[in-house]
Write a protein that binds this ligand. Structure first.
Ligand SMILES: [Zn+2]
Length: 379
C-alpha cells in the first residue's frame, strides 16, 4: 500500500484546470498529490479527513496581497492568507529592489507559498503616505532588472501603482520605465489603476499580452467604464490582445455597479485577488472565498469562479503547476463549503447586497498536512 500523509475523503473535487468535477478521495504524500480516486484508504485511519458535503479545490492562489510582514501595511501570510484558505500568494510590490533580500529571508520560512511582483520603485511600499514613485530616482530600471534576474524563483513580474498620489500628475514616465524593465527581463507587469492622471486607454497602450491590470472594479476615476456606464471599447480590445483584467479589492477598489457592468457586458474578471493589508484583514472574513462569493452573487457559475482563484492567476504568473489538482502534481488543496442562507455583501462604498449562498474555507492541505480552519461569519 502506498504511504499517504493525509487523505481527504468524501468531498466533491472541482478542478477547473483539468475539468475534473465529482466525488473523489484525494491522497497527499509530502508536497505531492499521490492519488485522486473514488476510494482511497490511508494506511492508518487517523490520516483520513472526512470532507463530506464540501468542495475540494486546488490550493487557492491570491496573486495580489501584501505579505511582507512587518513592512508597510503587510500581513502575515500564514495567519491572514493560509489561515483563510489561500495556499499561494504573490506580494504585489511591497518590496522593491532595496528590500528584496529582506523579503526573501522573511518569507522563506512561511508555510504559505509566497511569490512576488517586484515594485519598480526601489523603496517599494514601505510607507504609502508618500507615493513610492513621486521621486523619479526611485524608479530604477537597472536595479529592478538586476533584482528580477537574481530572484527568478520568487519574482513573477514587475509592479507599479499608477495613481496620481503615487506617481504625480501623469503616469506615462513610469509606464515607459516599467515597459523597459519588463522587456529586458521578459516578465509580465502588473499595473494598479484608479485615480490615474490619464484615462485607461492611454495606460493600456503600454501593455503587452500577459500583462495585468489590477483593480478593474474600481469606482474611482478612470476605471473600465466610460461616462455612459458602458465598458470602454479599448478594454475589450486589450482583452483580445491578451491583457489580463484582475478584480482586486483592497480598501478602495470594488464598486458593485462596476462588477455588475462587467458581468452583464461580458468582461468577467480573468482573476480575483484580495490586495489584503492590515486594514482589510481586520474583517476576519476578508479573503478569497469572500471575493469569490461576490462573483457568485452576480450569477457567475461556480467552476468559473474557482478558476479565477486557482489556475487563472497561476497561469498569469507562469506557474501553471500551481492552481490545479492532479496525481503527481503539487499537493496544495483547499476545502470549501458552499453554504445556503441569507448573507450581506458590502462593496467599498457601503453598498449592501444580499445573497443566498456563500463560499467559506474550512481547511487547507499544505506540505502533506491538513489544517482545519475556523469558518467565520462573512457579512
Ligand atoms: Zn496592493
Amino acid at each position: 500500500m502506498s504511504r499517504y500523509d493525509v487523505v481527504l475523503q468524501g468531498g466533491e473535487v472541482l478542478d477547473p484546470a483539468s475539468g475534473r468535477w465529482g466525488r473523489f478521495d484525494v491522497a497527499f504524500a509530502g508536497d505531492t498529490i499521490a492519488a485522486i480516486e473514488e476510494d482511497v484508504e490511508p494506511q492508518a485511519p487517523e490520516l483520513a479527513v472526512r470532507v463530506d458535503g464540501c468542495l475540494v479545490v486546488p490550493g487557492l492562489v491570491d496573486f495580489h496581497v501584501h505579505a511582507f510582514e512587518t513592512v508597510g501595511e503587510s500581513v502575515s501570510p500564514d495567519e491572514m492568507c493560509l489561515g483563510r484558505g489561500t495556499t499561494t500568494v504573490a506580494d504585489a510590490g511591497t518590496a522593491g529592489a532595496n528590500l528584496f533580500g529582506a523579503f526573501r529571508r522573511l518569507t522563506g520560512s512561511s508555510r504559505t507559498r509566497v511569490l512576488a511582483w517586484l515594485n519598480l520603485s526601489t523603496i517599494g511600499q514601505v510607507d504609502i503616505r508618500v507615493g513610492e514613485l513621486l521621486a523619479m530616482p526611485h524608479a530604477d530600471v537597472d536595479a529592478a532588472i538586476a533584482t528580477a534576474r537574481a530572484h527568478p524563483d520568487l519574482i513573477v513580474g514587475l509592479k507599479a501603482r499608477l495613481s496620481s498620489y503615487v506617481v504625480g500628475g501623469t503616469c506615462k514616465p513610469v509606464l515607459r520605465l516599467l515597459r523597459e524593465a519588463a522587456d529586458a527581463t521578459g516578465l509580465p507587469i502588473m499595473v494598479h489603476i484608479g485615480d490615474t492622471g490619464e484615462p485607461l486607454p492611454e495606460v493600456l497602450a503600454y501593455l503587452r499580452p500577459g500583462d495585468v491590470v489590477t483593480h478593474i472594479l474600481t469606482g474611482r476615476k478612470f476605471g473600465i467604464l466610460g461616462g455612459d456606464g458602458k465598458i470602454i471599447p479599448e478594454v475589450f480590445e486589450a482583452r483580445k490582445r491578451g491583457i489580463v483584467f484582475d478584480a482586486s479589492r483592497g480598501r478602495n477598489h470594488e464598486a458593485f455597479p462596476v462588477l455588475q457592468a462587467a458581468v452583464e457586458q461580458g468582461l468577467l474578471p480573468d482573476t480575483i485577488s484580495t490586495d489584503i493589508t492590515r486594514y482589510t484583514a481586520r474583517n476576519p472574513a476578508f479573503g478569497l472565498p469572500l471575493m469569490a462569493t461576490h462573483l457568485l452573487s452576480f450569477g457567475v457559475p461556480l467552476e468559473e469562479v474557482v478558476a479565477r482563484i486557482t489556475i487563472n492567476p497561476a497561469r498569469v504568473m507562469r506557474r501553471p503547476n500551481l492552481g490545479r489538482l492532479e496525481p503527481g502534481g503539487i499537493g496544495d488543496a483547499t476545502v470549501l463549503r458552499l453554504e445556503e442562507g441569507k448573507f450581506a455583501l458590502h462593496d467599498v462604498d457601503e453598498r449592501v447586497r444580499w445573497t443566498d449562498r456563500r463560499l467559506i474555507a474550512v481547511g487547507v492541505v499544505r506540505a502533506g498536512a491538513y489544517m482545519p480552519l475556523t469558518p467565520v461569519d462573512n457579512s
